[in-house]
Write a protein that binds this ligand. Sequence first.
Ligand SMILES: *Cc1c(COP(=O)(O)O)cnc(C)c1O
Ligand code: SF4
Length: 342
Amino acid sequence: MITVSPSPRLSRPACTDWREAWRASVTDPAELLALVGLPELAARLPEDNAGFALRVPRGFVARMRQGDARDPLLLQVLPQLAELDVVEGFVRDAVGDLDAKAAHGMLHKYEGRALLIASGSCAINCRYCFRRHFPYGDEIAAAGQWRDALAHVRDDSSIRELILSGGDPLALATHKLTELTDGLAGIPHVARLRIHTRLPMVLPERIDDAFIDWLSGLPLQKVVVLHANHAREFDASVDDACARLRAAGVTLLNQAVLLRGINDDVTTQAALAERSFAAGVLPYYLHQLDRVAGAAHFEVSDEDALALMDGMRSILPGYLVPRLVRELPGEPSKRPVVARAR
Ligand SMILES: *Cc1c(COP(=O)(O)O)cnc(C)c1O
Ligand code: SF4
């Protein structure tokens, strides 16, 4: 009997579709700990993931260091007992407008920019996220709501920029994104499309040919704001996704969250800035944590944060120093965190 082995030319990697890679994400904390060589930590997990599911794509797990309980990537996603601590000032709705967001899908708080909650899903669940108590539903992306949001954009000629945010807007299928931007055609005052996403970092497979075709074809200026908190989140697959985005005419920026024990020292922040720029990404914001219940153990004081910024300015070119900001309900912009006058 003759067996015919498949031609190597036709063989494909196991995950050719980003959705397959997404579905294969790790959701069991004990499995995650086994994968990173720390099975003994399973005894110290909070019950029921402290009320917020674990979710992390396998490609991101592969960048974690084996046997390191303090690994900065692991600590961003692993449920911890400290999340159960009740700490004064840390509340469920830290940003103050979650209900409004969920109901209308569009936030127009800042002059010239309107932000659409395009999707409630994320590819990764970050333990410090303000939405940990309100995982938005997927129905946000329903076509009807886009109609209302787009009507708002059309009617207000002061809106120069449409921001797609979430959740993660790239959790939507490319044909959904196409529907959305088709609705922008014929709104001459919108010059820019901005996308806030963590997908190119945690699931770089998402930046596939169809996505790049969509982006390249848009008659708009394009900005993608990534979310990386540590230099080790970058690897060759992320570099490749960034290069594809840049080739499609995208300006790449990064926003990070300042996290105790993960990136709260000058060396780590400088390495993040340098590594981002090596991938063609400029630092944009460094966010002070939203004070959401369950995340108090990540908080860095303003005093320490300001000292960190001074340290960064002393060793980095100015264009690699992010702006330290905090988001406060009802403010007309992100609030810069600055030293108090004495
Ligand atoms: C953060 C945010 C923006 C964008 O602000 P930039 O300072 O331009 O990055 C816009 N709208 C809303 C509602 C926001 O929360
Ligand atoms: S990717 Fe952003 S929105 Fe999603 S869980 Fe992480 S911090 Fe929250």
